[in-house]
Ligand binder design. Structure first.
Ligand SMILES: Cc1cc2nc3c(=O)[nH]c(=O)nc-3n(C[C@H](O)[C@H](O)[C@H](O)COP(=O)(O)OP(=O)(O)OC[C@H]3O[C@@H](n4cnc5c(N)ncnc54)[C@H](O)[C@@H]3O)c2cc1C
Length: 376
């Protein structure tokens, strides 16, 4: 049985380990930190799941992920994905493009007036047409990582925490040695490197063609829902697209969660080194989110924020890197919108390991055009 070492136990490495174990590979997953750690990109209680992208490629990738989320829930016994629906509002051209792509792909979606939307979701304020689609909502991030690891282990994967990989030594196209910081050497037929914000180090040292990756520290904020507003857990996920009266150039995302209503500006944080980042809360960035909440979210108490930090790893075109170079497959650059796709990325990784060609869109060394940066 071929042995694959997966380096990195965030959501992407864990999903890949599950897919590989499901396909009969002997899998070892190595994660440098303890279970439930908050150093990378995959912690916390919520991430948006949605099908709506103004791009058929991502609409179909999200649709591929949906039944796989249900499958990992079933195998692990963990509830991970809750469909509370999703709301998009902002300039009509942004809403029209999302609506068109959903309809072309055969997904149900509705456009509402601001008045209709305000009645249905009293916690949010609208001043433009609003798109709703039901096959969307919230993924519980911590539970998702645990679920993938449990389901992988149930299929025979060995999951090890507290093991930092120092380097990978490639031998031709079908042999790799994975060397840990403690000097242990694991020999494998293939490796999957899914190290999130550490990709500019370990992944870039191991394979050629990784685009310049910018690692940022983002600062989402949770607010309690007001007693007069619906409970946070039933809020839809929402994206407020920039333009029209949202003059701030970064898009805003939000969703209800067990920790309150989470709000963030997309990809606005400072560039950081993940090993030396300052996890302290930036008061100016917090104020900006509070100002937004005061203006646009009558259903939250904007005076009671709880901010947290998390890493984005951003490619120039905001497309992901999911490709293979010899015996090493790289999963990187999820640009702040990867979580929803995780089981589909795991499946793509397993296909690459079995020798199938990857998606050109996610290729190493591809031609790049800078992205808009507002997709979530
Ligand atoms: C604030 C915020 C909000 C987001 N919201 C959404 C959203 O609503 N919807 C959505 O789809 N996406 C969202 N995302 C993006 C999504 O969370 C990420 O794309 C995803 O979590 C990336 O996972 P990863 O496995 O690539 O990285 P990580 O979770 O960082 O995992 C990498 C792992 O590799 C480990 N590692 C690193 N180096 C080594 C080594 N040398 N040896 C062993 N292990 C190592 C790390 O410890 C880490 O656990 C959001 C991200 C943030 C930060």
């Amino acid at each position: 049985m071929a042995h694959v070492v997966v380096v990195g136990g965030g959501v992407m490495g864990s999903a890949a380990a599950w897919e590989l174990a499901s396909r009969g590979f002997a899998v070892t997953l190595l994660e440098r930190f303890a279970p439930g750690h908050t150093e990378g990109s995959s912690h916390g209680s919520s991430r948006i799941f949605r099908l709506a992208y103004a791009d058929p490629f991502y609409v179909s990738l999200a649709a591929r992920a949906l039944p796989l989320w249900r499958q990992v829930e079933e195998e692990s016994g963990q509830a991970v994905l809750e469909l509370t629906g999703a709301v998009d509002h902002g300039p009509p051209e942004a809403i029209d493009a999302l609506y068109a792509e959903l309809r072309i792909a055969g997904h149900a979606a509705w456009v509402l007036t601001p008045e209709q939307a305000g009645e249905r979701w009293p916690g949010l304020r609208f001043d433009s047409s609003v798109l709703f689609h039901a096959a969307a909502g919230r993924v519980h991030a911590d539970r998702a990582v645990t679920a993938f690891q449990q389901a992988a282990a149930a299929r025979g994967a060995v999951v090890r925490h507290g093991v930092r990989v120092e380097k990978l030594l490639r031998h031709g196209t079908d042999r790799v040695e994975v060397v840990t910081a403690d000097g242990e050497v694991l020999s494998a037929d293939a490796a999957v490197v899914a190290v999130g914000g550490w990709a500019p180090g370990l992944a870039a040292q191991t394979v050629a063609g990784i685009p310049p990756l910018r690692v940022t520290q983002e600062q989402p904020v949770h607010f309690p829902a007001r007693p007069t507003a619906p409970d946070a857990l039933v809020w839809p996920s929402f994206i407020h697209h920039p333009g029209a009266r949202l003059t701030d150039p970064a898009g805003v995302y939000g969703l209800g969660s067990a920790d309150g209503v989470k709000i963030g500006f997309h990809a606005v944080g400072p560039t950081v080194d993940p090993d030396r980042r300052d996890r302290s809360i930036d008061p100016a960035a917090l104020r900006r989110v509070q100002d937004y909440a005061e203006r646009w979210l009558p259903g939250v108490d904007s005076t009671a924020p709880t901010a947290t930090t998390c890493l984005y790893t951003i490619t120039p075109d905001h497309d992901f890197v999911v490709d293979r170079d010899g015996p090493v497959t790289v999963l990187a650059g999820f640009s702040g919108h990867g979580f929803k796709f995780a089981p589909a990325i795991g499946a793509l990784a397993a296909e690459l390991v079995t020798g199938a060609p990857g998606a050109r869109r996610f290729a190493l060394g591809r031609e790049r055009t800078p992205g808009e940066g507002t997709e979530l």
